[in-house]
Design a protein around this ligand. Structure first.
Ligand SMILES: C[S@@+](CC[C@H](N)C(=O)[O-])C[C@H]1O[C@@H](n2cnc3c(N)ncnc32)[C@H](O)[C@@H]1O
Length: 264
């Protein structure tokens, strides 16, 4: 009631302003609408509906069923999960590297986390970082529904920039070794800064670490910054190992494996 009482005397001024500034006002409204839609897609609708579809349609405890249900969802809905095509390229790298300590930046609903976890050895561990608290919670639930336990993985609710400097404490007791596989699928604009932070913190295992970058938009030069960084390094401790349209693998190694050193 009070709103009506306040608005009525202001009505002529509102009409006048909307006539005079209608171009600016409509552009402001369009921007606000775009912002709300983006917010809904990223933080709520997309994550929430992916989670509830997977949760209610998969067979709990069956990893393959969880992944198939994600793929089924993505056939008819927009999805941020890497999906089966990039997923198979990822599987091939994981099978070759056989990592035991894996870091993922960008958990989302847990699709790639589940894909990674199913290929780790029994002692393997995944740390996955997600900055949106609701998304992190839903992603963690999907990982648990797939049958994985908390001793196998940890979801850190944090931005990558804040998480990286604190990661060593999460790697204990063998934190000195660092990760042997890192998957970046969070924000391509942050890939280079986060890679440099991982190098600075010496979190890439000296005896070998594959760092994977997902470029789902396949933009020309999308990962150019990473490629330039790798090529500009004066030491020969890192090199590009796989370069696919949506996936780039950079391999780091500071110490040669025992067999190699002895020429075996
Ligand atoms: C493309 S999705 C990841 C999809 C996931 N890898 C999969 O296949 O299921 C990107 C996720 O990264 C998160 N994200 C974006 N920027 C981030 C940052 N700086 N730190 C941590 N998470 C971030 C987003 O909230 C989003 O959930």
């Amino acid at each position: 009631m009070w709103l009506v009482a306040v608005s009525v005397p202001l009505l002529p001024a509102i009409v006048l302003a909307s006539r005079r500034y209608h171009v600016q006002l409509s552009s402001l409204c369009l921007r606000a609408l775009g912002w709300v839609l983006r917010l809904l897609r990223r933080g709520g609708v997309c994550v929430g509906s992916t989670h509830s579809f997977v949760f209610s349609n998969c067979t709990h405890g069956k990893v393959d069923s969880v992944l198939e249900t994600f793929d089924l969802y993505a056939e008819t809905h927009p999805s941020l999960s890497i999906g089966p095509v990039i997923g198979e390229a990822l599987d091939a790298v994981v099978k070759r590297v056989r990592p035991s300590r894996v870091l993922e930046l960008g958990t989302h609903c847990g699709y790639s986390s589940v894909r990674l976890l199913r290929l780790l050895p029994p002692v393997g561990r995944l740390i996955t970082v997600e900055m949106d608290p609701l998304t992190a919670e839903l992603g963690e639930e999907v990982i648990l529904v797939s049958g994985f336990k908390h001793h196998q993985f940890q979801v850190l609710t944090s931005s990558s920039a804040e998480a990286v400097p604190a990661l060593r404490s999460h790697l204990e007791p063998d934190g000195s070794e660092g990760f042997n596989l890192v998957l970046m699928d969070h924000d391509p604009l942050l890939y280079l800064a986060d890679l440099q932070a991982l190098e600075r913190e010496e979190l890439l295992c000296r005896s070998g670490c594959s760092v994977l970058f997902i470029d789902r938009k396949r933009r020309a030069g999308g990962l150019r910054g990473i490629l330039d960084h790798v090529r500009a390094r004066s030491d020969s401790s890192c090199s590009v190992r796989t370069e696919l349209p949506s996936l780039l693998e950079v391999f780091y190694q500071k110490e040669r494996a025992e067999g190699e050193a002895e020429g075996i």
